[in-house]
Design a protein around this ligand. Structure first.
Ligand SMILES: [Zn+2]
Ligand SMILES: [Zn+2]
Length: 277
């Protein structure tokens, strides 16, 4: 259990926050998520971070890619730029010893879901050929999306299709509870929760589910709007998190919060979650 922690002032900030929150899993950005480029991480900084992470008993390190990257951009030049940037994300994640690199599949910007899924798969293949995640024991996780705007990835079938087209063993899935709910997968009562997990298992396979983003939703069921809420304070409600945390098939996977309100809100969200076990 953990949270998306900050790297402002250096990577150690995330370790300090993890310690304070008693996290065994964290997610970070490896650079400013709103910029294309970033200074190289020097080896000393990376080694220092890996050592501190070990001492901080952080079992899982997830990295979220930059928000600017759209591997399915219909514009060839922009797509090329995105896949180069994504290869760089892979390189940085390996350098920091991350377990998982999480990314949003992409946005079709008018060309439709199916063509976009093909473009994403091509880009992903190229990124992986530039920088192989397997040489660093890194897995790349496709994140489920809310389907806001022209985003793809709001159906389990989308993720299954990309993984099928790429055919690389370094790919897995990160489920964001807010996103799937907003996309139209209900988890509010036991029956709907079980149906959603069964559907994931049918379409993708539970063995490819590697991590969770644990967020409540500020917007209603199937709203296709991505707004995270604090645990138990949104439209999903507390029961869904009780089912998830007590589900033997899934409860050992890393689960990180991306809820609003900073460190003090994380603290109370983690307390709410820990009380559900
Ligand atoms: Zn995300
Ligand atoms: Zn997320």
């Amino acid at each position: 259990m953990g949270a998306h922690t900050s790297i402002s002032g250096g990577f150690e900030t995330s370790i300090k926050q993890a310690k304070y929150l008693q996290c065994h899993a964290i997610q970070i950005f490896s650079k400013n998520q709103m910029r294309w480029s970033a200074p190289e991480i020097d080896n000393k900084t990376a080694e220092n971070f890996i050592e501190k992470r070990k001492r901080g008993e952080i079992e899982y390190l997830m990295i979220h890619d930059s928000y600017l990257i759209n591997l399915g951009n219909p514009d060839e030049k922009k797509r090329e730029r995105a896949l180069i940037a994504f290869a760089d994300e892979i390189r940085r994640a390996k350098q920091l010893g991350a377990d998982y690199l999480v990314f949003h599949p992409g946005s079709h910007l008018g060309i439709g879901d199916d063509r976009c899924l093909e473009l994403i798969s091509e880009s992903l293949k190229k990124s992986i050929s530039i920088e192989d995640p397997k040489t660093g024991d890194l897995m790349i996780l496709l994140e489920t999306t809310a389907g806001q705007g022209t985003n793809v990835g709001y159906k389990f079938e989308h993720l299954a299709k990309i993984m099928e087209l790429v055919g690389d063993s370094s790919l897995g899935v990160c489920v964001d509870t807010c996103h799937i709910f907003a996309a139209g997968y209900d988890i509010r009562d036991k029956k709907s929760y079980e149906d959603t997990i069964a559907s994931f298992d049918d379409i993708i396979g539970l063995k490819l589910l590697k991590a969770f983003h644990i967020n409540d939703s500020k917007t209603g069921f199937a709203s296709r709007v991505d707004r995270h809420a604090n645990i138990g304070k949104g439209f999903i409600g507390i029961d869904a998190f009780r089912f998830l945390l007590n589900d033997d098939r899934l409860s050992s996977l890393p689960m990180v919060l991306e809820t609003p309100g900073g460190i003090s809100a994380y603290k109370s969200d983690l307390e709410s979650l820990r009380a559900l076990f």
